[in-house]
Design a binder for this molecule. Structure first.
Ligand SMILES: [Zn+2]
Length: 445
């Protein structure tokens, strides 16, 4: 049993932090939580504000290689995608393991204890399967283990290039499994190694899975009681193509295929109609917002408040990893809404924390994590309140002031992964520099 004493801790279901919280952990679970007690001599003191483990609900690990290399030019989402494909073409299981390990370790430094990897780099660049057809997925599972975070591998069905069914070509060839049955057969053969990992399913988008096969992917997720994620209406062009070809919106198409419901998370939902809102919320479908990516890719601002009010639980993802900072991601939900409406005060800090913590974990199938509560997985994130950014803030306001750089200690399933702001196993900047350079074929000193 280990004992921790928090100056302030944000406990499950509370609208703000409580002072002087004693937390006991046994076998990776919280066993005791007492509020308002002094620190016993054998407890490790946690200064600042202690939060539950944060979930990064939407990640493409290899996009980390694009940071700072795609931001100076102009263009659109679609021109950015060409650069993204350049990187996608170069990775193999070994280089992917190195890049993902460094990226997931960067996430741990930011207070992320669980990541949802939306994984579609399945095969060799020419589309032929590796000797182990799940070698790339296995590399991601191993990367998460080495980085000390939990992972839900959202194995992504990606079959076509366009809504009207054009075949995959060029860099997309390695994404494809032929048809949904081929995708399911490969996923069924995958046994992720380690208790830190679980499998989920994803529909890349309505561009990438023909309407007649959407139900097969949804059926796989239902049969395995697994999370199902899908990119949804990130770009108006996707909506227009879907309306023209299918006569309905992407939301309508997914609903018709039985792909919506409480196990489903729609990613982005930036450009949705009022009817889409009702369909998503009424079915209990979650929505994962990725504000730093949506701003970076000039996607637009989704109707976050309306989505939540319609009944969709919100979660958060760093997606393209232009930024890996769950604090920035969380406050952007409120701040973007302010820009749109020219009014303040749409989301309380407790609601933003719920999106960053328990809702994200639930969207990834980890229903027993993301909360500081007896019986839950012992994930803790201690945030400094004495840095240049956070000195003088009220603990309840820390979500609006702190950054990933203020994370001091991270506990995942009871194990210390970050201490004194450093990853206990990974030299994160060095490994990022090396693995990113390697994904461009550059020499590293
Ligand atoms: Zn994405």
């Amino acid at each position: 049993m280990t004992r921790w004493h928090a100056a302030y801790a944000w406990l499950d279901g509370r609208t703000g932090p409580d002072p002087d919280v004693l937390i006991e952990v046994t076998d990776g679970r919280f066993t005791t939580i007492d509020v308002g007690v002094p620190a016993p001599p054998d407890a490790t003191r946690l200064a600042g504000l202690v939060l539950p483990g944060l979930a990064n609900t939407h990640s493409h690990a290899f996009h980390r290689a694009l940071r700072g290399r795609t931001h100076t030019g102009g263009g659109t989402f679609w021109t950015w995608r060409e650069r993204m494909y350049d990187v996608a073409t170069r990775l193999d299981p070994d280089s992917y393991l190195a890049l993902a390990r460094a990226t997931y370790a960067e996430m741990a430094l930011a207070g992320i204890t669980c990541v949802g990897e939306f994984h579609y780099l399945h095969h060799a660049p020419d589309g032929r399967p590796y000797a182990d057809p799940n070698a790339m997925g296995a590399a991601l599972v191993e990367a998460a283990a080495q980085a000390g975070v939990r992972l839900t591998l959202l194995d992504t069905c990606y079959l076509t290039a366009t809504v009207d069914g054009k075949p995959l070509a060029g860099p997309q060839l390695r994404f494809g499994d032929g048809d949904a049955a081929g995708w399911a057969a490969r996923v069924d053969a995958f046994r992720p190694a380690g208790d830190h990992a679980r499998l989920g399913a994803a529909i890349h988008s309505v561009r990438a899975v023909p309407a007649a096969q959407l139900g097969d992917v949804a059926g796989w997720a239902a049969a395995h009681d697994a999370p199902l994620h899908a990119h949804l209406s990130e770009q108006p062009a996707e909506n227009e193509a879907c309306l023209a070809y299918h006569g309905t919106t992407p939301t309508g198409l997914l609903a018709g295929a039985g792909a919506l419901g409480p196990r489903t998370t729609a990613v982005h939902a930036t450009h949705i109609t009022r009817a889409d809102l009702t369909t998503l919320g009424g079915s209990g479908t979650g929505v994962c917002l990725c504000p730093t990516t949506e701003r970076d890719l000039a996607d637009g601002i989704g109707p976050a408040r309306a989505i939540a009010d319609a009944g969709s639980p919100l979660s958060l993802g760093s997606d393209s990893h232009a930024v890996i900072d769950p604090f920035e991601e969380a406050r952007a939900v409120e701040l973007d809404e302010r820009l749109r409406t020219r009014r303040r005060g749409h989301f309380g800090a407790g609601e933003l924390l719920r999106a960053a913590g328990p809702a994200g974990h639930r969207a990834l199938g980890w229903t027993d994590a993301g909360r500081i509560a007896v019986g839950a997985r012992a994930d803790l994130v201690a945030v400094r309140l004495d840095s240049v950014r956070t000195a003088g803030v009220e603990p309840v306001g820390a979500l609006f002031a702190a950054t990933a750089a203020d994370v001091d200690l991270v506990l995942v399933d009871g194990a210390v992964v970050v201490r004194d702001g450093r990853h206990v196993r990974v030299d994160v900047p060095a490994e990022l520099a090396r693995s990113v350079a390697n994904s461009y074929g550059e020499d590293v000193a």
